[in-house]
Design a protein around this ligand. Structure first.
Ligand SMILES: Nc1ncnc2c1ncn2[C@@H]1O[C@H](COP(=O)(O)OP(=O)(O)OP(=O)(O)O)[C@@H](O)[C@H]1O
Length: 716
């Protein structure tokens, strides 16, 4: 879409440009005038809705109910419309197509019709807008001129044209502009990601509008627009199939809350705010974890082996559970000792898979054991019937109290907390975890709060433990233990089932551990999927193990289609060349994307002594802040982030400066990037150079690398 083409019409380029801007301003003014009309119609509609609701008092019941329903529908519709229009008040129109035959189409964030119901603006997702993204000079799709209109608020500030059919161009079609894509790529970055509606490229559009069903995998190197494409795809899916997508909902999963925050404005800027955006540490309702484990700990917590460990852990005796039960019955003492109770516990576990649903069976097993004990040792004259004993004990406080302590309701966090005890963990991890792994894990669980990797384990435990059994109707089954059921599970805002989403988007999917794939898979058992990733940026060490877990999560999802994006829109060519130099030796067969924007500014590599690292970091960050208009990111190892933040405490008063650990930098971008100690980033985890590759590819304009150890750069 880029590049200026000499226009066929006469006149100086600047004058033509101004004249064309004025033409578009007239149209944009018309659109906004219509928008104002639609707004007041919506407000009137809402007011009318309320009035009708209030006036309904005293009406007959049925009529009142109908009216309230009618009012609700009306108010909801009007509010939604108002909200959507509010979100669109900037840059509502961004494109124009002049077609063979004289028709002109304006493309915008939202479809708008005039009072006569004629189209003023076509929604960018409508089929009529497709040529805006897909037409090329080789395949013009009937488009003579494609125009990108750049607005600031309601004012047209620039236009940029592509002439796709050059023969017999009508006199009134004039061509101006310097390349909307390049202008967009060069713009300074703020703290929030922007939509790319006006400059979506053809290969990206194909992935955006791919069918909803099955699994759509979008791969590509750094900066190729994978995240942007995935989010625009969500807007497209909601537009095409709002009923299905909006019903069970769309879930967008990303690596960290920082990243979710960074992308959070993209969908609302397209009028879509219904998708659920969650970081991996927030997937379990009620958990919001940000702590990242040291690599060697995270790598154990993520392996598939943890399934075995956890399923054994839920069968172990809860700490503090009583080891003996004595009860006086018909003049004798009936006793169950530690070994008998352990055997009975195993029996209950074998009978019911999910312990939290086994309260009633636990009571039955205990009563049964007590009966057999009593019958064996009691005087035949007083033995009585099994049912008599059952009815007597069942209502005794001592029995109930014992049962609650012996078979408590267990929360996932309880089990993980218990595993902070190395002895218990060693039991659960027998022949699965090495002694070193037991030590590392139990130490990690002695810390306060859960890590991001723990959330997948808590989710696994949620399923292993199950929900308490539902309350049965009293008397429905005389032999059941209705009195022991703890009642229905707590009511939740969203049901806690894992198959509730219609569509799942997983960003940075190359980083999911096998345990995380299991957690994510539960939320999309009947969903369609969009997976976004780049294997070369993976921080998970065992790619084959993760691939197996991914296949398992997608087992039911149906056909897969793949798209590869090949242009890097983020990094300057100079910056990306350095990143490729670092990565290429490790991935010789890789076809790296093409970075199309050259700035002539080479990355700066500074060799410093260890004692000078702190001052060089402060100087480097200050320098970048002065050289770029937008954000600056300082990327370091996870272990060093606090230290580096302290070094930069004064400069951090500038909101443009961010200090991020290697894993926190995933998916992010900054105009200036300072990478600290690349050799440390390589040594930080078994991902090695992949971690450094991610860090180097965060920069849009300027990159500085500070190193005390030169070994990171191949050829050095
Ligand atoms: N067609 C486009 N027009 C303008 N800007 C674009 C376009 N495509 C992508 N970009 C910009 O390029 C940058 C990188 O995009 P994005 O973050 O989606 O890439 P990514 O492939 O997810 O990167 P990574 O894998 O490194 O996280 C963003 O600033 C995005 O807005």
């Amino acid at each position: 879409m880029a590049g200026s083409v000499a226009g066929p019409a006469a006149g100086s380029a600047a004058a033509i440009r101004q004249a064309e801007i004025a033409v578009e301003q007239v149209y944009v003014d018309r659109v906004y005038a219509r928008l104002a009309e639609l707004r007041s119609e919506a407000v009137a509609m809402r007011d009318k809705g309320y009035e009708r609701g209030h006036g309904a008092a005293g009406e007959a019941m049925l009529e009142q109910a109908t009216m309230l329903f009618e009012r609700d529908v009306m108010v909801r519709h009007a509010s939604r419309l108002l909200q959507a229009l509010d979100a669109e008040s900037e840059g509502l129109v961004f494109g124009r197509l002049d077609l063979v035959g004289g028709e002109t189409i304006y493309v915008g964030r939202l479809g708008i019709r005039d009072a006569e119901f004629d189209t003023l603006v076509v929604d960018w997702r409508a089929p009529a807008a497709a040529p805006f993204y897909e037409a090329t000079a080789d395949e013009p799709m009937g488009v003579i001129r494609r125009r990108v209109i750049r607005c600031s608020g309601q004012s047209v500030v620039d236009i940029d044209d592509d002439l796709l059919i050059t023969a017999d161009v009508p006199e009134h079609i004039r061509v101006v502009g310097e390349g909307a894509l390049l202008a967009s790529m060069t713009r300074a970055r703020g703290t929030a990601m922007r939509d790319i509606l006006a400059t979506i490229q053809r290969e990206q559009h194909e992935a955006i509008r791919a069918p909803a069903g099955g699994v759509t995998e979008i791969t590509g190197g750094p900066g190729t627009g994978k995240t942007a494409v995935a989010l625009h795809r969500v807007a497209h899916l909601l537009y095409r199939d709002r009923k299905r997508m909006g019903g069970a909902g769309v879930l967008v999963i990303g690596p960290s809350p920082t990243f979710m925050n960074y992308i959070s404005r993209v969908l609302p800027s397209m009028g879509e705010d219904t998708a659920d955006l969650r970081a991996l540490g927030e997937l379990l309702d009620g958990e919001s974890s940000v702590r990242v484990d040291p690599a060697e700990v995270g790598e154990i917590k993520g392996t598939d082996r943890m399934r075995r460990v956890l399923s054994r852990a839920v069968r172990d005796t809860p700490p503090g559970a009583p080891t003996e039960f004595r009860v006086v019955y018909r003049g004798g003492v009936v006793k169950l000792g530690p070994e008998e109770l352990a055997k009975l516990r195993r029996k209950v576990h074998n009978r019911v898979k999910t312990p939290n649903g086994a309260y009633g069976p636990a009571a039955e097993v205990l009563l049964d054991a007590l009966w057999h004990k009593h019958r064996r040792f009691a005087d035949p004259a007083v033995v009585g019937e099994e049912k008599e004993m059952f009815n007597d004990l069942v209502d005794r406080t001592e029995f109930r109290r014992f049962l609650v302590d012996w078979w408590p309701l267990v929360r996932p966090a309880d089990v993980l907390g218990w595993l902070a005890d190395p002895e218990r963990l060693a039991r659960a991890g027998q022949r699965v975890l090495s002694p070193t792994e037991v030590e590392l894990l139990s130490r990690s669980w002695r810390q306060d709060g859960w890590s991001v990797a723990d959330v997948a384990l808590l989710d696994e435990l949620r399923v292993l433990l199950g929900q308490p059994a539902r309350r049965r109707r009293r008397g429905a089954e005389p032999q059941t233990l209705a009195g022991f059921d703890r009642g229905a599970p707590v009511r939740r805002r969203r049901p806690e089932h894992y198959d509730e989403y219609s569509h799942l988007v997983v960003d940075e999917s190359q980083d999911l551990s096998p345990m995380q794939w299991r957690m994510v898979g539960r939320r999309g058992r009947y969903a369609s999927w969009t997976l976004v990733g780049d294997p070369l940026q993976s921080s998970w060490p065992d790619l084959a193990e993760a691939a197996g877990a991914k296949d398992e999560a997608l087992r039911e999802a149906g056909r897969r289609r793949a798209f590869t994006l090949r242009t890097n829109y983020r990094n300057s060519a100079e910056i990306f060349a350095l990143a490729v130099r670092v990565m290429a030796p490790e991935a010789p067969a890789t076809e790296f994307p093409r970075a199309v924007r050259s700035t002539g500014i080479e990355p700066v590599v500074r060799q410093v002594g260890p004692a000078a690292l702190e001052s060089a970091t402060v100087d480097g960050a200050r320098e970048l802040l002065s050289l770029v208009d937008g954000t600056v990111g300082v990327v370091t190892t996870m272990a060093r982030t606090d230290e580096v933040r302290a070094w930069l405490a004064d400069l951090l008063a500038d909101e443009r400066l961010h200090v991020v650990g290697s894993l926190e930098s995933k998916g992010m971008e900054y105009d200036g990037v300072l990478v600290l100690e690349p050799a440390e980033l390589i040594a930080e985890s078994s991902s090695g150079r992949r971690t450094l590759y991610v860090a180097l590819t965060r920069a849009t304009q300027r990159l500085t690398v500070l190193a005390t150890d030169p070994s990171w750069l191949p050829g050095n």
